[in-house]
Design a protein around this ligand. Structure first.
Ligand code: SER
Length: 339
């Protein structure tokens, strides 16, 4: 049987590097796109890989002409701290780039006569809470609550969720194409992600993974948020599992295009305490950066993922204890011992 083809953008990012081997193992034929060439170590997982920009519509059309992909994982993005440093570029990459991919996926759906699934990592950054008092009172935020982000990246992600919903249900609703197959957009609102294999770049949830990886390398680390800062996190294998499970979910069972997923919600101080127990020489200091800390404070302390659990059976494999003892610590130790 012909293998189902998926296109992955931003494959060299944290999510992409974990997702690619997992999709290949699940039997998908992966076509990848990133600004930089796919590293040698990942090449065998892709049937074709392209180095190029998602702003290059000609390249995207070429890729679509060569590969009849049934699904797109559009992972390419600038994260929240990077986006605040260059908001206009953030808009271009995160919104215009996404629009380019939606356009190509829509055209592919029309060509194939069936809906191309479009998997989109959205973010906890789509929320915006005005202060810590409200943050504590809200607790676990539901998808439709507090959608007033304070970062460009959060605005970009929230708008792209709407674009995806629009392309799925309403695109060209007045035109001759009104009856044509539309794409099938599915977004996950991820909390902070922690991987044992990679460290994120340009995000604002980075204090969690940075603290852990610095201690494992024997380096000191000054956290840019204070010890009381709290947001939810997900271990990388669970993030990948969520993407793959949502890809395969029966569309009839999906009641929305946007789903929260989360697992554990430690404070930065609690992460630091776990790190100090695991690496007794760890040197973790506190040097809060007011602006970045404010962004973290604007994100909910937990996400209500009841809808994902009900519609497509979401459940994380790793709670906080398991994430550290069964995944992060053994793998990180092994990784740095080998290097
Ligand atoms: N991890 C992202 C960031 O910090 C949030 O989605 O920007």
């Amino acid at each position: 049987m012909k293998r189902s083809i998926v296109l992955i953008t931003g494959v060299n990012g944290e999510l992409g590097r974990s997702l690619l081997p997992r999709l290949t193992a699940a039997g998908y034929a992966c076509v990848t796109l990133d600004l930089v060439p796919l590293p040698e170590s990942l090449r065998s997982f892709a049937v074709a890989s392209y180095a190029g920009n998602i702003m290059d519509r000609y390249l995207l059309d070429q890729i679509a002409a060569h590969h009849e992909f049934d699904a797109v994982f559009h992972l390419a993005a600038l994260l929240s701290t990077r986006g605040e440093r260059d908001p206009e570029l953030s808009h271009q990459v995160n919104v215009e780039g996404t629009l380019n991919l939606l356009r190509v996926a829509h055209a592919q759906s029309a060509r194939l006569g069936r809906a191309v699934r479009f998997l989109f990592p959205s973010s906890i950054a789509a929320y915006g809470l005005p202060n810590l008092e409200v943050k504590r009172a809200v607790g676990r935020a539901r998808e439709e609550e507090w959608n007033v982000p304070i970062t460009m990246y959060g605005c970009n992600k929230l708008y792209c969720e709407h674009l995806g919903r629009y392309f799925t249900h309403h695109f060209r609703q007045l035109g001759a194409l009104a009856g044509a197959a539309r794409l099938d957009f599915r977004a996950l609102r991820f909390p902070g992600l922690i991987s044992a294999d990679t460290v994120p770049t340009g995000g604002t949830s980075d204090f969690g993974p940075e603290m852990i990886h610095a201690a494992a390398r024997g380096e000191p680390y000054d956290s840019f948020v204070g010890p009381d800062a709290r947001i939810p996190f997900l271990a990388m294998p669970d993030a990948v599992k969520a993407l793959v499970t949502l890809l395969d979910a029966d569309r009839e069972r999906l009641t929305t295009t946007v789903y929260n997923v989360a697992s554990f919600s430690p404070t930065a101080g609690q992460i630091a305490a776990r790190v100090a127990r695991a690496f007794p020489g760890a040197r973790i200091g506190w040097a809060p950066d007011a602006a970045r800390a404010r962004i973290v404070d604007s994100w909910p302390e937990d996400l209500d993922d009841a809808r994902a659990r009900a519609d497509w059976g979401w459940a994380p494999d790793y709670d906080e204890e398991q994430a550290f003892s069964d995944y992060l610590l053994p793998r990180i130790r092994e990784r740095y011992a080998a290097s």
